[in-house]
Design a protein. Structure first.
Lengths: 153, 153, 153
């Protein structure tokens, strides 16, 4: 078992099943030392967390949605790396999109739900660059979407 | 003639003229084995496809707009690679932005118009990671904007 | 003093203080020959330039906001490179996000405020690929957010 998988177990985190591609794109592409993972939405054990910040969802719930996106990103990376998450040497970048009204400004706090998980799981290797913006909507009405770039060995 | 150009001919696809830069940015930058192409909007033979999904444009038309963006991305790559599209070893990532109302959720279906074209043209090398989100508007009112990262040799 | 710092002095440009991280993400990550810098908002000497294009801010002011984002990106790169901006061999990509209403189409002109600064500071090495889109809002209500990727030696 990889050190990261052992750490996930200790944290009580079970990775979700990586979603299969449903179109002519793929969940991840590796190029050189980079693993580029497609935008993941907030699918979790109870289905998709739909909602709009500033209207139908509060910040704490939005952070849970962002955390689910991050778990799905790690699940995809796990498939890409044949189950060896220790091959991740750095989380390079997260691109965070929040389904929000024009009145909602606390976009960074929502995406922190994903950033915090990355550091919880990967430690200092989980500290990443990121962008965080609002969108009028996201695929299937998801509250959050996040894509990622990992440095891998 | 490169194999991809021969395949484009067989598909009956004529690449559009790559749009010239109109400001202090450029259509593409190559760094190491990556070719980064600027966001392309839905310019086609009949001008720009303007519109908003969920309000003034249906999904099938939006997919055509996404396809135009993808054609423009390939046209830029063709210039960057001096006409040899066989140098593309992998379409790494598409970033898809759909001009849409807050009610519109079928964002992935629209961007599929671009993803499908990449696989039509490049085969398995065309299968890419992607993110797809909605925006309240896009440059000049374009219905879709897509940027790309290619792996090149 | 690096050549770029001498040029900044000649231009009369003082780099802002790079903003410290306020969460589990970091201002930049270096991977291989790439420096990935987190999205910067329009903090300037008079605080944050808040506003929405098409509603409370005109294009010229939006360009100033974009310029501030670019200055903050360069300030972060300066920290990442231990004060030697000559290590930047190419500005690879800017991702530009404009806080705008659905009626506002002049998104590229706003982001030109950042693109122009990059060329003013770095010359031809400053010519970058970019994407530019609108968002219903941005962190803390900033008028513009821009993230960046630099090629570094």
């Amino acid at each position: 078992m990889s050190a990261i998988h052992a750490h996930l177990k200790k944290l009580g985190i079970t990775l979700p099943k990586a979603a299969a591609p449903v179109a002519n794109y793929v969940p991840f592409v590796r190029t050189g030392g980079l693993l580029v993972v497609s935008g993941q939405i907030a699918f979790g054990p109870d289905g998709l967390m739909k909602g709009r910040l500033g209207l139908t969802m509060d910040i704490a719930t939005g952070q849970q949605a962002a955390r689910l996106c991050a778990l799905n990103l790690i699940a995809q990376a796990n498939v890409a790396l044949d189950g060896d998450l220790d091959k991740i040497t750095q989380v390079v970048r997260l691109g965070g999109f929040v389904n929000a009204t024009a009145d909602f400004e606390d976009i960074p706090h929502v995406i922190n739900g994903a950033s915090d998980l990355m550091v919880e799981v990967f430690g200092d290797k989980g500290r990443h660059a990121r962008a965080a913006v609002a969108c009028p909507n996201l695929p299937l009405g998801s509250a959050v979407e996040i894509d990622a770039m990992f440095e891998v060995k």
